[in-house]
Design a protein around this ligand. Sequence first.
Ligand code: IPE
Ligand code: IPE
Ligand code: MG
Length: 254
Amino acid sequence: MSQVDSRPDRMPRHIAIIMDGNGRWAQLRGLERNEGHRAGLESVRDTVRAAGELGIDCLTLYAFSSENWNRPKEEVGELMRLLEYYLDEELEEAMEKGVRVRAIGRLDRLPPSTRAAVQKAVEATKHNGELDLIFALSYGGRTEITDAARRLIRDAELGHIDPDQLDEKTFSSYLYAPDVPDPDLLIRTGNEYRVSNFLLWQIAYTEIHTTAVMWPDFRREHLERAIADYQARERRFGRTPGQVAADGGEEPSG
Ligand code: IPE
Ligand code: IPE
Ligand code: MG
């Protein structure tokens, strides 16, 4: 039975997930790490399906970090291959369910076949509107902010931006996916309590749920548990509890 309050105004609009624990899941079973990555694909399928059914607008999945390039070549290769396989395999269901596939990160570093698979899925699903499924690939939060700063400086040099007028809203318009609202809920599986360079700008006021469940074991019930946990929180955005009650729980605008 789901403990989730499914009223739309109570649901997180954007959920971001650090899918961690594939390697340890495999090692505990005496398997190769790559077996854990393979098993994790089923968790991705189940989670994407559940997010769509629960009416979530955006789901961002941390699939490969900038730092993950330092892993052994065979593991990186398998992760890329699995991503290509997933995107190809799931395209039909994405079209049926109205899933719009997107990607954030330094895609220029991906092998050509992976980049092509991503581009194909993004292009084919670009008019879908039920769920934005955003893969963070070759993604690092500091690189995203640095890339934004670089483009911003160029625009300032061209006179399109006045440094004295620069504010957070303008800055965030230079990030990889400026139209996507900040995550309401960040889930990290795999019993770790760190951010690992994920969405550093965007998680300023995100609620964090961590679980010891390893990613290959993560299923709809765990997603629902995380949402129920989120719904039990009071998001104060710096205000006092009394102010929050008076404002009806709305996020302050200024
Ligand atoms: C998450 O699982 C998958 C990626 C980082 C790509 P890990 O591979 O990090 O698994 P652990 O943390 O070593 O168990
Ligand atoms: C974070 O997991 C990156 C992804 C889930 C893609 P890691 O396993 O790479 O993170 P650290 O190294 O434990 O911080
Ligand atoms: Mg890990």
